[in-house]
Design a protein around this ligand. Structure first.
Ligand code: OGA
Ligand code: NI
Length: 206
């Protein structure tokens, strides 16, 4: 696990740039475990076409996003307990070092079939959204230039390309970073989640 100095460096960058990329965030063992889970979910047809909009206005539009997702559940998906420990550690450190008031998280695995993409968007649907930090872990072993599926971060009239290479972690502020997934030329795997400001049901009361 990370030392305090490493966490502080990482969070300083997140605070300053609104995003941060960390390579080799996952160990080989953690990566294997997540990939095994992913392959099993794929085999069991658990991955479903992703939609857009808040749950009440759920729509499927392949012209906007072409990925297939499976929402994770810490209690059910016990094979991923190592992954949930990493998330708990991340949340605990964000609370302790950055004084963020986070309560909970929501994660899914995502598969982008060859030829799919996700249009430019913001991860907060509207002002009621409680998504505070977006967490992306990329799972594409042997990714190479030309495979496509890079994430574009739009920031201050700049476009920053993040290649979806295995074991890489990307964190960004969900309310400010517009982003896009470029068309992928190979099957693209990732684990995506959001650290939440307060429980989802409570969001509607404020
Ligand atoms: C998302 C998203 C980016 C990626 O799921 O909202 O923007 O790189 N994903 O997979
Ligand atoms: Ni997004």
């Amino acid at each position: 696990m990370y030392t305090d100095v490493q966490w502080i460096q990482l969070f300083d960058k997140l605070a300053e740039d609104d995003f941060v990329v960390i390579d080799d965030f996952l160990s080989d063992e953690q990566f294997r475990l997540i990939m095994n889970f992913f392959k099993k979910a794929e085999k069991n047809n658990h991955l479903k076409k992703a939609g857009i909009g808040p749950s009440g206005e759920f729509q499927i539009k392949s012209s906007v996003r072409g990925d297939f997702i499976y929402w994770l559940d810490e209690k059910r998906d016990t094979e991923l307990s190592i992954f949930f420990e990493i998330v708990d550690d991340l949340i605990a450190n964000l609370k302790r070092i950055c004084y963020l008031s986070l309560s909970g998280s929501k994660f899914h695995i995502a598969k982008y079939p060859k030829g799919s993409h996700y249009d430019r968007h913001l991860d907060q649907f509207n002002e009621r959204s409680n998504r505070q930090i977006t967490v992306l872990i990329y799972l594409n072993e042997n990714w190479k230039k030309g495979d496509g599926g890079e994430l574009v971060i739009y920031k201050d009239n700049e476009e920053i390309l993040v290649e979806p290479i295995a074991k890489r972690l990307l964190l960004f502020k969900s309310d400010v970073i517009e982003h896009e997934v470029l068309k992928t030329n190979v099957t693209r795997y990732s684990l995506t989640g959001w650290l939440l400001r307060q429980p989802q049901s409570v969001g509607y009361l404020f």
